[in-house]
Write a protein that binds this ligand. Structure first.
Ligand SMILES: [Zn+2]
Ligand SMILES: [Zn+2]
Length: 349
């Protein structure tokens, strides 16, 4: 089969490799579409602490069940499925609390096990027993389904932080994550969404989304001034840092009102992950800081429901569909902000 094999940071090509054997108690999926996630773009460029090279990465996988192991009960060859790549162990204390994303023995498709930048991917039994394989209806296109993965993370973060009716929400970064945050904030009842971005092309694409009320190019305009103007000089109830830049996490404190909530959504580079926070500002103004990582199985299902029902306009998000062999072009689109969501198709030429 064809697969993108990552051999070293920035060294990857489409190669002919062995099709994965069917796990005795799991199944093999013929990958029909895989989302090109910003986190994967980082892994292609810099590697990943939990990825042992060479490896096939890719975690936003949807396709057709191709082979079924003896004990893969409930699944049949030919069924359309969407994979939740965050596979918890089901046994640890966090799993028992229903917090699969904080599982102390997590298996992530594309990280610990080979992923979806390939024509086939093997799915272990653990994914079935822990409710990480979702059947999708014929009406949901393979190109749109992978968006559920990113959406689930966004929904999980806003649920945790309690984004609510009447909130003014500032989102820093207008990539796929930022734009999804705007849609989810409005669904949760936010009154106003202000988005800040430094790339004009990304900002222009974001203008397609009705959920965003105020667009700011932070290189040309003063974000703080605009946020204060839009909030009667109070600051926003919620600031979401949807980019991997520490400076914007620091800046969030100047945009937030007392008792406001800051969500650190994007991870920072490992060698540059410390920021400076005025602890007294947090103390006196009672500011809450929320982390965000992945989602639970329940949240992933909810996200798929939002895509299936059209609550999230997935057709606006999926801006580029390319054959898997054009992955480098896809990465270029992500890096330059020329599209929102790039979807790769392993069987297209
Ligand atoms: Zn992703
Ligand atoms: Zn666990």
């Amino acid at each position: 089969m064809d697969a993108v094999v990552l051999r070293a940071p920035n060294q990857f090509e489409v190669e002919e490799v062995q099709k994965p054997a069917c796990p005795e108690d799991g199944f093999v999926v013929k990958v029909m579409a895989v989302g090109l996630c910003g986190s994967d773009v980082r892994t292609f460029g810099f590697g990943h602490p939990k990825v042992t090279l060479p490896h096939i990465i890719g975690h936003e996988v949807t396709g057709i069940v191709d082979e079924v192991g003896k004990e893969a009960s409930g699944f049949k060859v030919g069924e359309r499925v969407l994979i939740n790549p965050i596979i918890p162990c089901g046994e640890c204390a966090y799993c028992k609390m229903g917090l699969g994303n904080q599982c102390s023995n997590l298996t992530v498709v594309g990280t610990q096990i080979p992923g979806g930048y390939a024509q086939y991917v093997a799915i272990p039994k653990l994914a079935i027993t822990n409710d990480c394989v979702l059947k999708i209806s014929d009406s949901l296109s393979f190109e749109h389904a992978p968006l559920a993965e990113t959406l689930a993370s966004v929904m999980s973060a806003q649920k945790y932080a309690g984004v609510k009716e009447g909130d003014t929400v500032v989102i820093i970064g207008s990539g796929p994550i930022g734009c999804l945050h705007s849609e989810v904030a409005k669904i949760r009842g936010a009154k106003k969404v202000i988005i800040s971005e430094i790339s004009d092309s990304r900002l222009d694409i974001a203008r397609n989304f009705n959920a965003i009320d105020v667009f700011v190019n932070a290189l040309k305009e003063d974000l703080r001034e605009i946020v204060l103007r839009e909030t009667n000089s109070l600051g926003a109830e919620v600031v979401i840092c949807a980019n991997p830049v520490g400076k914007t996490q620091e800046q969030a404190f100047s945009l937030i009102r007392s008792r406001g909530k800051i969500i650190f959504f994007g991870g920072l580079p490992k060698d540059n992950c410390h920021i400076t926070v005025d602890s007294n500002d947090v103390h006196y103004r009672e500011i809450a800081i929320f982390g965000a990582y992945a989602y639970t199985q329940k949240e992933f299902k909810e996200a798929m429901g939002y895509i299936e029902s059209g609550k999230i306009p997935s057709e606006k998000f999926v801006t580029n569909v390319l054959p898997l062999k054009e992955i480098k072009q896809g990465i270029d689109i992500v890096k330059k902000g020329l599209g929102i969501k790039v979807i790769l198709k392993p069987w297209d030429n």
